[in-house]
Design a protein around this ligand. Structure first.
Ligand code: XMP
Length: 481
């Protein structure tokens, strides 16, 4: 018999159903610290994560997000090799000592050197002998005017190379590079074997992005999406990734949970699990899975999502966060929640954090940025970028062609595609989101996300009230997105 429980229906509130109430405050927005934990171990200075979608996060977005203190999650709508290459690009983007150094051998040609420099966008290559001992260095300057591309690297390389040992400090490296006016500083062991490379570009970037999210080696932090059923992909990525993020629409599923249990034992990266949307789902994840580092929460709120329409099923992000936060509280589990889907403004992000999230995941807000994949398009004199759901027909078509592990689990599309306004650089968008969040915390009287959890109070708002708290009754001028 069907269950008729209309009397004790849950109320699945969404962002625009509620407001945060102002509280007694002594907090100025600029005093607000948005530092957070995105997993049990990893901290971010900005609680914003970019969605693993093929129109949102590839290497360029992940690099930008990490530099600005957030985190990018690389999408998986590509081959394993392509996803690993994106991860390597982010990890190579900067570090104190680059370990994954691209090198040449003396018998390669100037043409080879130029090709590698071009393909990998690097300007200097250490030259090593067949055993890995450093014998020289070649920079763009050495090859830029070369007339004979078939000349051997050995003929044009600088042989007297200034090197340092592995115990070098950042300050000392800077001093040496300035003194000798060099931009690359190879790191060698006592026998002369190449152990790494320090570049001026990376040292400058450290100063330029002091709040960047970095790993222990000073490389940018990055995450990648995986399926619980694709152990091979997870293992291949594990070597490069700090965080792996489960990428399933409905993780509260027996098969997903048992596959994830196996996967969690096989990888060393921290694993964020999701998406989930209810108290029961959180309860099952906490009690059935060991080693979960974060929870991705919210079902069917995404701007490109039609799951709710197609299936009638949804756990809107705000409601889902409240449910999961309650379960974590009841079980005394300290696992960060990432609120995923439906966030259109800093106000929505503030509500998600106030409900118990540690960070928000954004697709819509970031898809219009320069760093998202794809070029802007001009329609009617305005600039837009293409944005699509990962369950849209177009995204599904690509996935099935490329990845044999991702079988069509469902016969129906649960996502749509369209255009979003072009928003320029992600730095500008994040700056606005941060300023909006800080102002919101100021109204509530919270200096940090933890304080927000304690102090925030929500009130339901009627549709008429919602109209009133937006701009109203005037003919609006064009607003920059
Ligand atoms: P926003 O609102 O930021 O949401 O655009 C992004 C999130 O939406 C999810 N996502 C989808 N959900 N069908 C869905 O039901 C889809 O095709 C789809 N694509 C992405 C995902 O959680 C993402 O972070």
């Amino acid at each position: 018999m069907p269950s008729f429980k209309v009397r004790d229906l849950d109320i699945a509130v969404t962002f625009r159903d509620v407001v945060l109430l102002p509280g007694y405050t002594s907090v100025e927005p600029r005093e607000v610290d948005l530092a957070t934990k995105v997993t049990k171990r990893r901290e971010l200075s900005v609680p914003i994560v970019s969605s693993p979608m093929d129109t949102v996060t590839e290497a360029e977005m992940a690099i930008a997000m990490a530099r600005l203190g957030g985190l990018g999650v690389l999408h998986r709508n590509c081959t394993v090799d392509e996803q690993v290459e994106m991860a390597r690009t982010v990890k190579r983007a900067e570090s104190f000592i680059i370990r994954d150094v691209v090198t040449l051998t003396p018998d390669q040609t100037v043409g080879d050197a130029l090709k590698i420099m071009e393909a990998k966008s690097i300007s200097g290559l250490p030259v090593v002998d067949s055993e890995g001992r450093l014998v020289g260095i070649i920079t763009r300057r050495d090859v830029a005017f070369a007339e004979d591309l078939s000349a051997k690297v050995a003929e044009v390389m600088t042989k007297k190379v200034i090197t340092v040992g592995e115990d070098i400090t950042v300050e000392e490296a800077k001093r040496i590079m300035r003194k000798h006016k060099i931009e690359k500083l190879p790191v060698v062991d006592e026998k002369g074997f190449l152990k790494g490379l320090i570049t001026m570009k990376d040292l400058v970037s450290r100063e330029r992005f002091p709040n960047a999210s970095r790993d222990e080696q000073g490389r940018l932090l990055v995450a990648a999406a995986i399926s619980p059923f694709d152990l091979e992909r997870a293992k291949r990525l594990d070597r490069w990734m700090d965080i792996l993020v489960m990428d399933v629409a409905h993780f509260h599923n027996e098969n997903c949970i048992s596959a994830a249990a196996k996967l969690l034992k096989e990888v060393s990266a921290e694993v964020i699990v999701g998406n989930i949307g209810t108290y029961r789902a959180a309860e099952d994840v906490i009690t059935k899975l060991e080693g979960v580092a974060g929870l991705r929460v919210g079902i069917a709120s995404g701007s490109i999502c039609i799951t709710g329409e197609v299936t009638g099923v949804a756990a809107p992000t705000l409601f889902a966060v409240m449910e999961v936060a309650r379960a974590l509280h009841d079980y005394g589990a300290d696992i960060p929640i990432i609120a995923d889907g439906g966030i259109r403004s800093s106000g929505d992000a503030a509500k998600a954090l106030a409900a118990g999230a540690s960070a928000v995941m954004c697709g819509f807000l970031l898809a219009g940025c320069k760093e998202a994949p794809g070029a802007p398009v001009v329609v009617g004199g305005k600039m837009y970028k293409y944005y699509r759901g990962m369950g849209s027909p177009a995204a599904r078509a690509k996935r099935f062609a490329k990845d044999r592990y991702q079988q069509p689990a469902k016969e129906i599309a649960e996502g749509v595609e369209g255009l979003v306004p072009y928003r320029g650089e992600v730095a500008t968008v994040l700056r606005e989101l941060i300023a909006g969040l800080q102002a919101s915390f100021g109204y509530v009287g919270a200096r940090s996300i933890r304080e927000l959890w304690e102090k925030a109070r929500f009130a339901l708002i009627t549709p008429i009230g919602r109209q009133e708290i937006g701009g109203h009754d005037i003919i609006p001028m064009e607003r920059t997105p």
